[in-house]
Design a protein around this ligand. Structure first.
Ligand SMILES: [Zn+2]
Length: 647
């Protein structure tokens, strides 16, 4: 931590507060900075010629009693940095009393060539430098550990490098030898100022910058401010910064890094050249880790590295931390090899072979085996949620194998199993399997007892797995329907399609006193009343009025049982309001047409009945005893505007 403070040199204003309340990420970052800048070890020490570095390596390996071979040839082509890496990388090969430095710090990229997975960004930046079209402010975004701050520091080097002869300009390939390059690498460059916005969120911190911005760079071409986690700045701090961002002096560059670009004010965003650093794909990470292991002199199984890469979720830093642990475990066991089963234990991942057995048990309907396997894994310390994730991962790979024709597998057995399922399972089955697993995953996550939830979820999946997928279901139903006689298309079905009044008549047994034309007229009239703003009257008309007679300016009606309120006055004034005519309204005795609400209810029932008796549904119900027709009920809005009432 102290080193990272030192980095700020004699610009301490944002260092007034103790840093011990920093979040983890900030601490990690600080650790990273330490490694990059304040580190007394060979990495930071300039070694101009490879031969010197090799000597150093030899010296070190002698010192730590490591194996005698020469330093491994670094994979990267970087001319100067890489041998230095090799020199420092050699040290940990000895197993005793080595100065321990976490991999994430040790393998922080020192050149753009070493920055993995961000080729597009590097290319853009290279073009900008070549054409001298550099923005005043850069914004690096991306998930944690993809290299945002590393990139910021590399850009600082790129902009300030003067080349070995002191004559060079900004370059995408900083020499690493000139004074600015060295000073930046060691964190002692007075014109490159780093600030962690996570711990310096206030407007005062920003003011310090703004004050300092006015003065020319002391020795470098550009005065560079690197502000990490810039989204943490307060609103006022942003506002204070904005003026400077709008028109920064030509000698000033701002490099912002953030994980949460959405939280930045658009005013700031619009003034930055933005680089979205991509998540690094797992295979690329695995390759990187393999290189690291080689440099570290550690053997590692490919499957182990693949697991580490998968767990890293696109972050180099996270992955290297996991790899660190894995190497420590391997050392502890005295095996010196990073093995897949150990990494699996360490990460709490479920065994891949167990996952395959689980899927097999699900597909074969072997509930007993299934429960045994789950219980056994749980006893071994595998979290049920990890089990579900493992199964989802496997399902995904089967689905991919089905499409691509080749399986992504870490072992021969796995490949065979995946390819077998890719052939034997239908796409629809795989998708349902995935969906059920996903649902199970969520249940396990939120359940009070994850083990029980996992068991239940897997049993449910097992029971569902022999069901046909929707595509074959439809085909099957159509076959059955084709064989069935057309008889079920009975009166019910026809009546239902015949429109509201007819079905109302048929099912409710009411007789319309006038021809069926009354119903639509009445309905239109109710709509008019509603449109005239008489909502309550319109509702009353829908619920309580059984029309006996409807003529020009004449309404005779009855009310359904249970409604005794005198509504004649209400109807009269509402109808007059809607039509502008005088109405004769009277309650009479006798049978009226069903109310509009009744018609609707009847129609709904008739529709459901028609649906139930349609051949396809009957076939489905026959094929799946116990299946239910579930109606997605659209509530009729009595209070105006239910679509059922509208034409
Ligand atoms: Zn340089």
């Amino acid at each position: 931590m102290d080193d990272s403070r030192d980095m700020f040199g004699d610009t301490p204003p944002w260092d007034e507060n103790a840093e011990d309340d920093k979040p983890d990420a900030a601490e990690l970052e600080a650790a990273g900075q330490q490694s990059m800048f304040g580190d007394p070890e060979p990495e930071a020490k300039p070694e101009p010629a490879p031969s010197a570095a090799e000597l150093e390596a030899a010296g070190q390996s002698a010192m730590f009693a490591a194996e005698p071979e020469p330093a491994p040839v670094p994979a990267q082509a970087a001319p100067v940095e890489a041998p230095v890496e090799a020199a420092s990388a050699k040290a940990p090969a000895g197993t005793t009393a080595r100065p321990y430095r976490v991999l994430a710090r040790k393998y922080r990229p020192q050149t753009f060539a070493e920055l993995i997975g961000q080729e597009a960004m590097v290319q853009t930046l290279a073009n900008a430098i070549k054409r001298d079209r550099l923005a005043h402010a850069f914004l690096m975004t991306g998930v944690r550990g993809v290299g945002k701050t590393s990139t910021a520091r590399l850009i600082a080097k790129a902009l300030n490098c003067i080349g070995p002869d002191g004559q060079g300009g900004p370059t995408i390939d900083p020499c690493g030898q000139c004074e600015p390059c060295l000073a930046i690498a060691e964190g002692r460059h007075i014109d490159v100022i780093e600030m962690d916005a996570a711990s310096h969120t206030g407007v005062d911190d920003v003011r310090e910058i703004i004050e300092a911005v006015r003065y020319a760079a002391v020795s470098a071409r550009y005065k560079i401010y690197i502000i990490d986690e810039v989204h943490m700045l307060s609103r006022n701090a942003f506002n204070a910064l904005l003026k400077t961002l709008e028109e920064p002096p030509a000698h000033v560059k701002f490099l912002f890094a953030t994980t949460e670009v959405d939280k930045l004010p658009v005013t700031v965003l619009s003034r930055c050249q933005r680089f979205d650093l991509r998540r690094i794909p797992a295979p690329m990470l695995a390759g990187h880790f393999a290189n690291v292991c080689e440099k570290e002199g550690v053997e590692a199984e490919a499957e182990a590295l693949a697991m580490v890469a998968a767990a890293a979720e696109g972050s180099v830093r996270d992955g290297l931390s996991i790899l660190d642990q894995a190497i420590a475990h391997a050392d502890l066991d005295g095996e010196g090899q990073v093995r897949a089963d150990k990494v699996r234990d360490m990460l709490g991942l479920s065994d891949k072979s167990v996952q395959r057995k689980l899927i097999a048990a699900i597909l074969d309907g072997k509930g007993g085996d299934l429960l045994d396997l789950v219980a056994h894994q749980f006893a071994l310390g595998v979290e049920p949620i990890a089990l579900m994730r493992g199964l989802m991962d496997l399902t995904h790979r089967v689905a991919v194998a089905q499409v691509s024709g080749s399986a992504d597998a870490h072992s021969t057995e796995e490949r065979e199993a995946i390819e077998g399922w890719a052939k034997s399972l239908r796409a629809g089955q795989l998708h349902r399997l995935w969906q059920l697993l996903l649902k199970g995953h969520d249940e396990v996550k939120s359940a009070p007892d994850p083990l029980v939830a996992a068991q239940m979820a897997l049993l449910r999946i097992m029971h569902a797995s022999d069901m046909p997928d929707p595509g074959s279901l439809v085909r099957k139903m159509e076959e059955i329907a084709a064989r069935a006689p057309a008889a079920p298309m009975a009166e019910g079905g026809n009546a239902a399609t015949g429109g509201a009044p007819a079905s109302g008549q048929a099912a409710a047994g009411h007789q319309l006193s006038s021809p069926a034309a009354i119903a639509p007229r009445w309905e239109a009239l109710v709509d008019d009343v509603e449109h005239a703003g008489e909502m309550s009257a319109a509702n009353t008309m829908r619920m309580q009025v059984r029309v006996v007679e409807l003529g020009a300016g004449l309404l005779r009606y009855t009310q359904p049982p249970g409604f005794n309120e005198d509504i004649a006055g209400l109807l009269r004034s509402a109808l007059q309001a809607a039509t502008g005519e005088r109405w004769e309204v009277a309650k009479v005795t006798g049978e009226g047409a069903p109310t509009l609400v009744e018609v609707h209810e009847v129609k709904k029932t008739a529709d459901a009945e028609a649906l139930r008796t349609s051949p396809l549904v009957e076939a489905t119900l026959a094929a799946f005893p116990g299946a239910e027709l579930i109606q997605e009920d659209r509530q009729v809005a009595i209070g105006g505007g239910g679509r059922n009432w509208r034409r």
